[in-house]
Design a protein. Structure first.
Length: 366
């Protein structure tokens, strides 16, 4: 199985065999040369049986699907809801389908995990005719990361995912928090777009709609500028005048940069708020799992976040925070458990694609 994970600027390819990654390649900054990358992979692994492509947005689709041209056109129509990622996924999928016409290409969606959220968690307090006519609802994102993290937590603690009540915190350049009950998402911090919720590297997170109306009505920001401001010029980047990467912001805080200090304080405060908010959708809290690059590479920051969640009984052993690999970092016997898990969306992509291909093949059997 070849997995393809397009980001807004990066592209990651991995080869998965029997649930194990046997090869990987990609670019941190790529210029659209997908065909060259796939050729490189096929020279080393010529027997690719299927390709799984990550899509941030799948609309209301509850599961991965084998792509055809019509489905790809429908997914292209969702670009306005995920402008940073969707277009890249459509482009990559079209190139792979053209290059490997006899190989199933599967679209796996970050939104699918949240498709079964309770209606009360999905619906905005807007006029019903408006929301129904235009599909204005909370979709949620980072579902692939959450699904892998849930399976990994269940393996580590020796319990069925169906019995666990977990809060999954994905901390990368984008940040979201999801409550999981009985193996399904029941609430999440991101909504109609990936702007809602916690503050991120370059994204604002939730902002009072009245403040945004004020910016527009007062002529402080032009409508065409607002999307760029909220997606690219806000968050840690906007508050510090940097690129928003924690590898830049945290050293600045250590040097005593006041803007960086405040930005990190706001980042942690907003993240704790989202954790508390989604936890209210659970009847108990068995575990909180932190995943994503910021979580796995910044133990001191993670410790500060956990230290501020004592109301929930959460605590962490700082020596365990500084260790490596997937691990429980809370004291032995203390609930809720706190875990740090490396994000492995490639493995989740492969698992979902395998199910989708098997289903498509069984559907055409006589």
């Amino acid at each position: 199985m070849l997995t393809v994970n397009p980001g807004s600027s990066s592209l990651k390819l991995a080869v998965i065999e029997h649930g194990v990654q046997v090869g990987q390649t990609g670019f941190d900054r790529w210029d659209g040369k997908v065909t060259d990358l796939v050729r490189h992979v096929l020279r080393q692994w010529p027997d690719i049986g299927a390709v799984a492509v990550r899509f941030v947005h799948g609309g209301d689709r509850p599961a991965a699907v084998v792509l055809d041209s019509d489905t790809l056109d429908e997914l292209d129509g969702l670009t306005r809801l995920a402008p940073l990622h969707q277009q890249a996924s459509v482009f990559v999928a079209s190139k792979v389908m053209a290059q490997l016409p006899s190989v199933p290409v599967v679209a796996c969606f970050d939104t699918s995990f949240h498709a079964s959220m309770p209606e009360a968690a999905r619906v905005y307090g807007l006029p019903t005719d408006l929301t129904r006519r235009h599909g204005l609802r909370r979709y949620g994102f980072h579902g692939l990361s959450c699904q892998y993290a849930l399976r990994r937590v269940a393996d580590m603690v020796g319990l069925d995912p169906a019995v666990l009540r977990v809060v999954c915190v994905h901390m990368g350049a984008s940040v979201s928090v999801t409550a999981v009950r009985a193996g399904a998402s029941v609430d999440t911090s991101m909504g109609f777009t990936s702007l809602e919720g916690a503050m991120m590297a370059t994204r604002s997170g939730s902002v009072d709609p009245g403040l945004l109306l004020h910016l527009l009505n007062a002529g402080i920001v032009e409508p065409r500028e607002l999307s760029d401001l909220l997606n690219h010029g806000s968050g840690l980047a906007g508050m510090t005048g940097t690129d928003g990467d924690m590898r830049t912001v945290l050293p600045a805080r250590t040097r005593g940069d006041r803007d960086a200090e405040l930005a990190v304080d706001v980042y942690m405060h907003r993240l704790r708020r989202e954790i508390a908010a989604v936890a209210a959708s659970l009847d108990r809290l068995d575990a909180v799992v932190f995943t994503g690059g910021v979580a796995t590479h910044n133990p001191q920051l993670l410790g500060e976040i956990v230290d501020g969640l004592g109301l929930f009984g959460m605590s962490a052993v700082h020596e365990l925070l500084a260790a490596a690999g997937d691990r429980v970092v809370s004291p032995l016997g203390v609930l809720p458990r706190v875990l740090v898990i490396t994000a492995r969306e490639d493995l989740e992509l492969a698992a979902q694609a395998e199910v989708a291909v098997a289903g498509a093949r069984s559907a055409v059997l006589p």
